[in-house]
Design a protein around this ligand. Structure first.
Ligand SMILES: Cc1cc2nc3c(=O)[nH]c(=O)nc-3n(C[C@H](O)[C@H](O)[C@H](O)COP(=O)(O)OP(=O)(O)OC[C@H]3O[C@@H](n4cnc5c(N)ncnc54)[C@H](O)[C@@H]3O)c2cc1C
Length: 539
């Protein structure tokens, strides 16, 4: 889509200024840039940060990355381990088994492994391919002031970089997004408070590059040793990660020295001769969230909005979801299709969803971080009994619903990530997102979904560039062939004939008759604050 100019465009340097060029800010820049929006991505460091942090993401993130043509299943920089995830006691007996092996209902494996700097560099390169995305590196966001029409952002050359001369500049944007990490200046400038769970644990993170083949069995596991709780996981092709709890009374500074790190690695057969210690650093794991995530024409996303201990591997995942959720809303607002009030549902939906993972990660941490021998022994007995009671069945993938927002609460599966199956469409056999496309998608199983909507509703769907797709069994007349019967099974389970998907793959509505569909469709549309005029300058 090509941006078009209207009378007040000249007053703005950019449509969206994003402060923070980490994974979340850069992804958002791509999502807006690929729809032709003018984006300025401001990052305080000229060079990439380059420090490994996240090593794993879940199936939903794989689904999102696939929209950027990053195929987690076949990409040389990403891998998976066809194995379960184990928690073990010091005797090597299982305390917990988690299903990190299956393919999830959303069509991708439950877990993938990667190196965060590689992904960041990749996102930066993709962002560079969009002519309307400008990346300003070496600049700090230092002040912002918003009014009814836009936001004025003050930037200063990062004083911590060579050659900085105190130079400042201002930028006028229609919207500002703070994806500027845990100490977010945007969040602070907006006066948004954090809800802090008062949770702090220090952990030593060791990122290792074995010099030859290195096999760990199991590939992904947790050693619940009260003397030293330890996480042992992959970290993408050619890498492994060890995480060690800093024990009460220990000095994190001492522990992160290379000599201490190598001492800790000895039992695992790693030495300076056979492996490179890429990085040794102590991180403080915290649990907190910002109380609101938008204010007027400003929003926050990623670590600026939430922090969680990495026990569930969900921190960056939550930020990626934020970027996706903001992306479709900001695109539609800038196209004059939705009113700014649609940002209300960004806060309400995403905040509850992130809280779920923060609480979940904290609960995992409470079990993992037990340093008292007696408490650990009690935990082990209890967990083994629970595992035996379920015949050692692995815990399935967690399903989490959005907080209330732009979806219809009384339809089954709404507010949850949609199921995705393999279909045949447009001469291609692939996952639905790749074979058919995405956006606002109205699916009808064995029925034409367009026929179930009123004229006005079809117009609304067209305004949103939505599409209708009749899914059917092989050999029937339809737009997409349900080659593995995934849609037939899913819709039978929730007693539905129709499903409305949102651009972030969440289910907006399900219904089993045109009448119910029409009522529920109207309810969701009213929450999108649809507008008819191109009020925001990009047609
Ligand atoms: C040890 C560890 C392990 C982790 N493991 C996982 C995992 O396995 N899976 C997972 O999903 N998550 C994991 N995480 C979390 C994940 O790394 C973060 O959630 C993710 O990096 C957040 O991305 P972000 O873009 O929101 O913020 P950041 O990555 O912090 O990026 C923010 C950017 O903003 C820039 N910036 C800040 N202030 C300004 C300013 N005023 N002006 C301009 N630029 C500014 C910074 O330089 C930075 O580049 C882990 C974290 C840690 C510490």
């Amino acid at each position: 889509m090509t941006p078009t100019t209207t009378s007040n465009t000249q007053a703005f340097d950019t449509d969206v200024a994003i402060v923070g060029g980490g994974p979340v800010g850069t992804l958002l820049a791509i999502l807006l840039g690929r729809q032709g929006k003018r984006v300025t991505l401001i990052e305080r460091w000229s060079e990439a940060y380059g420090r490994p942090r996240a090593v794993t993401y879940d199936h939903e993130i794989a689904r999102i990355l696939a929209t950027l043509d990053i195929d987690s299943e076949n990409d040389p920089a990403i891998n998976y381990h066809d194995e379960l995830y184990y928690w073990k006691d010091t005797k090597g007996e299982n305390l917990q088994i988690v299903d990190w092996q299956s393919t999830s209902a959303s069509g991708w494996r439950v877990r993938y492994w990667f190196n965060q700097p590689d992904l960041e560099e990749r996102l930066t390169r993709i962002a560079d391919t969009y002519p309307t995305v400008e990346q300003l590196r070496g600049w700090n966001g230092v002040a912002l002031a918003q009014d009814a029409d836009g936001v004025t952002l003050t930037l200063q050359r990062n004083p911590r970089e060579a050659g900085a001369n105190g130079e400042t500049r201002t930028l006028r944007a229609r919207f500002v997004v703070g994806a500027d990490g845990a100490n977010s200046f945007v969040r602070e400038s907006l006066g948004i408070e954090n809800e802090d769970k008062g949770y702090f644990f220090d952990w030593l993170i060791l990122d290792m590059i074995p010099k030859g083949p290195y096999e760990m069995k199991p590939a992904q596991w947790q050693l619940c040793d009260p003397k030293r709780p330890t996480t042992i996981v992959p970290a993408g092709p050619g890498r492994r990660r060890w995480e060690y709890m800093v024990m009460p009374g220990e000095s994190g500074e001492e522990l992160q020295k290379p000599e201490s790190a190598w001492e800790l690695l000895k039992p695992w057969g790693l030495t300076p001769q056979n492996a490179e210690l890429e990085r040794s650093a102590v991180y403080r794991f915290q649990a907190r969230w910002a109380k609101v995530w938008h204010q007027g024409r400003c929003a926050i996303a990623g670590d600026a909005a939430h922090l969680m201990p990495p026990f569930a591997g969900e921190g960056m995942c939550a930020g990626v979801r934020d970027a996706f959720a903001l992306g479709w809303r900001l695109n539609a607002i800038l196209e004059g299709k939705m009113g700014i009030d649609v940002l209300e549902s960004y806060t309400t939906e995403r905040l509850e969803h992130a809280k779920h993972y923060i609480n979940f990660s904290q609960e995992l941490g409470k079990i993992i971080c037990i340093a008292d021998e007696q408490q650990a022994a009690e935990r082990d007995v209890r967990m083994k009994a629970e595992l035996a009671a379920r015949n050692n069945e692995p815990v399935p993938t967690d399903i989490c619903q959005l907080g209330q927002g732009a979806w219809c609460g009384d339809s089954a599966h709404a507010g949850e990530l949609s199921v995705q199956g393999v279909v045949e469409a447009h001469g291609r056999r692939d996952r639905f997102d790749q074979a058919v496309g995405r956006g606002w998608v109205m699916i009808g199983l064995d029925v034409d979904p367009a026929a179930a909507l009123t004229d006005a509703q079809r117009e609304q769907l067209a305004l949103l560039n939505g599409m209708t797709v009749k899914v059917g069994a092989p050999g029937t007349a339809c737009d997409a062939v349900d080659v593995e019967g995934t849609y037939a099974k899913w819709l039978a389970t929730i007693d539905a004939k129709y499903v409305l998907l949102r651009p972030d793959f969440y289910v907006a509505v399900t219904a089993n008759s045109p009448e119910i569909l029409q009522q529920r469709f109207d309810r969701v549309m009213s929450r999108l604050h649809l507008q008819n005029a191109a009020a925001e300058a990009v047609a």
